[in-house]
Design a protein around this ligand. Structure first.
Ligand code: G6P
Length: 372
């Protein structure tokens, strides 16, 4: 009903708008005023966490993209090798797991069959399983050794938005917590990240307040057949997520690529007026990546692409090559997906509406897939 949608036309719009609160609720009580993380609910003893020698993340769909981003954070902050795998592929390739492996299963619903089967397999091999889940008492957390709940509140729209952002927050919390427990790299860099993560809701709100041009842009692309997405580092999974949203909602051909792969194939797809969304890494931090992606934007634009550039405030180098420029606030490099994903959600939602599609209930999809 209209009341349930809180005045919005669709649950998806409501859920996009709820993201600052979802993120704040997921952080609540987990970082204290002095920047110390406490995840008491995670009932994996510190001595077990200290002995972990490999992290494996399993998930499906949008949750898998959160897991791909988590890999960058976990390896960088904890120095523990981490791999992220589609739950549906995981158990069929005889993965190497033992009691020193920490498996993280990410699932909004807690009922996705592929993810459940993956975690069962992991536990049979002796691995410890931590669930990151949005649904209290659902099957995946019940069958895991521990759970860190995301507090996004109920997500009704089939395409995941606020749950995704809170999955990212939960992954960052776990990564930082493990770094804290093990004392790895716990220094100024991590202290700064913790402080900025604790306050990230403000940036999320800031992006939401500036989305009107993105909606207008989307409406203008309603008759296109294809949109490509490029990103690098943590922006690569964001590109994949942008493409997935567009498939799910707008029923358009959309693909995400790692920008570094452009010359190995995807550049052949570039033609006159093809919309290409590029997620630009921060010019601070790994500035090499930033410069490389700016070259990519020049390359595709020279071949006629219509460039839609998502870049940090203050990044002026991209301006000459952007047909459309979407600004996002500054964040630490690894946290950028918390803001760069939002324009892509809004873009897909508006394109779906412009194409006359049912936003909350896309054809052929289910909110939670409880069969293999
Ligand atoms: C379905 C939904 C997706 C979701 C995926 C994983 O395919 O349509 O939006 O990302 O399942 O769901 P989960 O509940 O495990 O996060």
């Amino acid at each position: 009903s209209a009341a349930e949608k809180g005045g919005y036309d669709y649950f998806m719009l409501k859920e996009i708008a709820e993201q600052p609160k979802a993120v704040a609720d997921t952080l609540l009580g987990r970082i204290d005023a002095s920047g110390v993380l406490s995840l008491d609910e995670v009932r994996i003893p510190p001595e077990v966490l200290r002995e972990v020698d490999k992290v494996v993340i399993v998930a499906c769909g949008t949750a898998y993209h959160a897991g791909m981003i988590a890999k960058y954070a976990i390896e960088h902050w904890t120095r523990i090798p981490c791999e992220t795998e589609l739950a549906s592929e995981f158990r069929y390739r005889d993965p190497i797991l033992d009691r020193h492996t920490l498996v993280i299963a990410i699932s909004q619903s807690g009922e996705t069959m592929d993810t459940l089967m993956a975690l069962r397999h992991a536990r049979e091999q002796g691995a410890k399983v931590l669930a990151i889940c949005n649904t209290n008492g659902s099957t995946i957390p019940r069958e895991s050794d521990a759970v860190l709940y995301t507090h996004a509140g109920p997500e009704v729209a089939v395409a995941s938005t606020k749950a995704f952002l809170t999955q990212l927050v939960a992954c960052y919390l776990v990564a930082l917590f493990v770094a804290q427990v093990r004392g790895t790299k716990w220094g100024d860099e991590i202290r700064d990240v913790v402080r900025e993560l604790a306050a990230i809701g403000t940036q999320v709100e800031q992006v939401l307040a500036t989305m009107e041009p993105v909606r207008e842009l989307a409406r203008g692309l309603a008759d296109k057949n294809t949109v490509l997405f490029l990103g690098r580092h943590v922006g690569y999974p964001v590109a994949l997520e942008g493409a997935l949203k567009l498939k799910e909602l707008a029923y358009m051909h959309a693909e995400g690529f790692a920008a570094g792969e452009l010359k190995h194939g995807p550049i052949a797809l570039i033609e006159e007026d093809l919309p290409v969304v590029v997620v630009v890494p921060s010019p601070r931090g790994r500035s090499v990546l930033h410069d490389k992606i700016v070259s990519n934007i020049q390359e595709i634009r020279a071949r006629g692409a219509r460039t839609i550039v998502i870049a940090e405030e203050g990044d002026e180098t991209v301006v000459p090559y952007a047909d459309h420029l979407v600004r996002i606030p500054r964040t630490p490099v690894l946290l950028q997906p918390l803001v760069s994903t939002i324009p892509l959600q809004v873009f897909a939602c508006e394109l779906a509406t412009a194409r006359g599609n049912e936003v909350d209930q896309p054809r052929n999809l289910a909110k939670s897939v409880t069969v293999e």
